[in-house]
Design a protein. Structure first.
Length: 439
């Protein structure tokens, strides 16, 4: 059967030349002069590749890329654009396009790319079809939102390969859990998953942690010490918050990635480590590169596959499944979220994402003492009463105390650990005061 290509191009002359050339190359070509025609063709047929002009009479081709990727992550998409619209082409790549070409198009070069892209697309579909993902453990859950299904599809492909993966997203979106999931479903799962947070260790401390040291390398080095590269050999090295890695450490680590060799601090012996690299960050790495805060050559080494985790507020339809799994993981599978509380959860903006959701559910379970969950158990999601002075008269010490606790509770977004630390009180005291606030 001939490979099927859809050409989305509003220039009739370009379409004529393309169809003539690629028909002779053995392809079956479907033409579309605008996005409406392209969507109709996509709904009625399957295509092995799509050639897409960015600027079309009835809209922007980037929107069409997102529609294609919602249903199929393996179809190669090549965007074409004028020389002055290269920024648009870069945006298209971020949205899921595989390549972009500037006009006038070299049909012979495009034919070479298509042959390779079709082979890769076939392999991806076979890998996904063979993939038998392990059962999710503890409270690891991704949801059924189309964005998450596409990410999980790509994560499954990453798990079957050793390519570097960069996971980006806001704090609390589950980047670390996704990294661990990729490791568990990879051929390296029998070996170590080694995690290091680059924001908590800087400079020489980070170098010691990653590379290790020999005795006498520095004042307190009283013995040889393996680094994380030693431990991650044949396993996975996960660099969390790599955007916080300083420039000297970036230069050191770039050298490691180039030949998988390194030296412990204070040693001259060259060691090797066969590790798989996964990185994560909540920062805009592209912006950091433009500002000189992150090495461009290092970015090219770590972003072969980029997985962008959406914030919880952009996939609120996943809340029922997420809360069910988290409740089951806490050992309370018989407790369910009532409809009025679920509506409350969906109206909240979730600045702390999945981490905040887990924290709020744990707090609600403690306050409910194993009984039915009620709205008062989710006080942090409700506007708390104002215990400050509404009239020019003095408040009691009791009222001032409750007002201060309520204010700190709101500022931390319902984070129990942070609230108790700021107030210098125990968890039991905090829960008792919150109960008084809501009575």
């Amino acid at each position: 059967m001939k490979p099927r290509i859809m050409l989305v191009e509003d220039d009739a002359a370009c379409r004529f030349g393309f169809v003539r050339y690629f028909s002779q190359e053995g392809y079956s070509v479907t033409e579309a002069a605008d996005l409406a025609a392209a969507e109709n063709a996509l709904n009625s047929d399957h295509f092995d590749a799509i050639i897409l002009d960015i600027n079309l009479p009835d809209g922007n081709g980037i929107d069409f890329i997102e529609k294609v990727r919602m249903s199929d992550s393996s179809t190669p998409i090549v965007v074409t654009t004028g020389a002055g619209d290269i920024p648009l082409a870069v945006d298209a790549m971020r949205c899921g396009a595989d390549n972009f070409l500037t006009k006038p198009i070299d049909n012979a070069g495009l034919a070479v790319f298509l042959r390779k892209a079709l082979e890769i697309g076939t392999l991806k579909r076979q890998q996904v079809a063979r993939q038998r993902l392990r059962p999710l453990d503890d409270d690891t859950v991704f949801g059924n939102d189309p964005k998450m299904r596409l990410i999980l599809d790509h994560a499954g492909i990453a798990a079957s390969d050793d390519c570097p993966v960069l996971i980006v997203g806001e704090t609390g979106t589950g980047k670390g859990r996704l990294a661990a999931w990729i490791h568990r479903n990879s051929s390296r799962s029998k070996f170590e998953f080694v995690e290091v947070n680059c924001s908590s260790l800087r400079g020489e401390l980070l170098a010691r942690e990653i590379f290790g040291n020999i005795r006498g390398a520095f004042t307190s080095a009283d013995q040889d010490r393996k680094g994380l590269l030693d431990i991650a050999n044949r396993g996975t090295l996960f660099l969390d918050e790599i955007g916080d890695m300083d420039l000297p450490a970036q230069a050191q680590f770039l050298k490691v990635l180039e030949d998988k060799s390194y030296r412990r601090l204070g040693d001259v012996k060259l060691l090797r480590s066969d590790f798989r690299l996964i990185c994560a960050t909540n920062r805009d790495i592209d912006e950091m590169v433009r500002n000189g805060q992150f090495r461009r050559d290092l970015l090219y080494r770590i972003n072969l596959m980029v997985l962008q985790l959406p914030p919880l507020r952009k996939r609120l339809n996943d809340l029922p499944e997420l809360t069910d799994v988290m409740l089951q993981a806490s050992g309370t599978s018989d407790i369910r979220i009532p409809d009025d509380i679920m509506q409350l959860l969906k109206e909240y903006t979730w600045p702390g994402n999945l981490r905040e959701l887990k924290n709020i559910l744990e707090r609600a379970l403690l306050l409910s003492k194993g009984t039915t969950l009620k709205p008062e158990h989710f006080a942090c999601l409700i506007t708390l009463p104002d215990y400050g002075p509404k009239q020019p008269h003095l408040t009691t010490l009791y009222e001032s105390e409750l007002a201060h606790i309520a204010s700190v509770w709101q500022q931390t977004g319902g984070d129990v650990a942070k609230t108790t630390r700021l107030l210098a009180i125990s968890r039991a005291t905090l829960y008792r005061k919150l109960k008084q606030i809501n009575n």
